[in-house]
Design a binder for this molecule. Sequence first.
Ligand SMILES: [Zn+2]
Length: 63
Amino acid sequence: METTPGTFHCGYCGEANETFVDLSQGREQSYIEDCQVCCRPNVLRVTADLSSADVYISAEFEG
Ligand SMILES: [Zn+2]
């Protein structure tokens, strides 16, 4: 599995979190990851540039 690291800021507490994106899942992905600081779920919307392996992540509240 090929993963690349990315950073998002928690939609609740604003802390930076690191996540790993599986590029084999495509260039646009959405999944839920809990904040490592406040443990609340964030809905991550990931856009990946497969040629350069850069990822862009936005985080939203769940619900
Ligand atoms: Zn948080």
